[in-house]
Write a protein that binds this ligand. Structure first.
Ligand SMILES: N[C@@H](CCC(=O)N[C@@H](CS)C(=O)NCC(=O)O)C(=O)O
Length: 215
């Protein structure tokens, strides 16, 4: 199996990058500097017409959407056990978390960070206000779910839902209410940030913020 990840440090590519490190599989990476606008270069647009990261080239075919890539990798590498098997007791909860995070929280994040460029700047403040409410509701919901002291979202073990959730929680770090302000969520985040694969991910992406030793 052949993988080439187009990524930008700390962006939506981060969970996919993390998963491949966690699985210990071979893969190559290419940096896309989104601050310099390189996601709109014609060569990149040929791989990903939406001009967004991530793109994961899987056996020569470019694939998109971070949550879909996590689910695809889980299916292609069942031995890594980063998703409950189809038909197993925890499968429904895993599907719910993956879709909730990808379908409710991730678009709200996009609205928060891109309100001015995706829409009319004149309406951006209202878009951000709604996005903030949705993001904080998601933090409330995660915190409630984690209040029983569990370390992982699903089935008592690490899954792609945790990788996606922690990536999204990282994006709140400079928001008015960062995720670390919710007590159960903060414990969960610190537990996952201690994983060797997360530490390695930060080194490889050159990220220096939002690590356990920064707290
Ligand atoms: N739904 C997409 C969202 C991807 C996305 O919005 N990526 C951002 C970085 S986090 C991006 O490429 N931004 C550059 C741009 O939109 O110009 C996914 O989950 O893969």
């Amino acid at each position: 199996m052949d993988y080439l990840l187009y990524y930008s440090p700390g962006a939506a590519s981060m969970a996919v990058h993390w998963m491949m490190i966690e699985m210990g599989i071979p893969f190559d990476t290419r940096l896309v500097d989104i601050d310099a606008g390189n996601q709109r270069n014609p060569e990149y647009l040929r791989l990903n017409p939406s001009g967004r990261v991530p793109t994961l080239v899987v056996d020569g075919v470019p694939r998109h959407e971070s949550a879909a890539l996590l689910m695809l990798l889980a299916e292609r590498h069942p031995e890594a056990a980063l998703a409950p098997a189809p038909g197993s007791a925890d499968r429904a909860a895993w599907l719910e978390w993956m879709i909730y995070l990808a379908n409710t929280l991730l678009p709200a994040m996009r609205d928060w960070f891109y309100a001015d460029v995706d829409g009319d700047p004149a309406g951006a403040e209202a878009v951000r206000a709604l996005a903030r409410r949705r993001i904080e509701e998601a933090c409330d919901w995660l915190d409630t779910h984690l209040a029983d002291g569990r370390d992982y979202l699903v089935g008592g073990k690490l899954s792609t839902a945790d990788l996606l959730a922690v990536m999204l929680m990282r994006w709140t770090r400079n928001m008015p209410r960062p995720a670390l302000g919710w007590p159960h969520l903060a414990r969960y985040i610190r537990g996952l940030r201690a994983l060797p694969s997360f530490i390695e991910l930060n080194v490889r992406e050159g990220l220096t913020e939002w690590r356990n030793r920064d707290d």
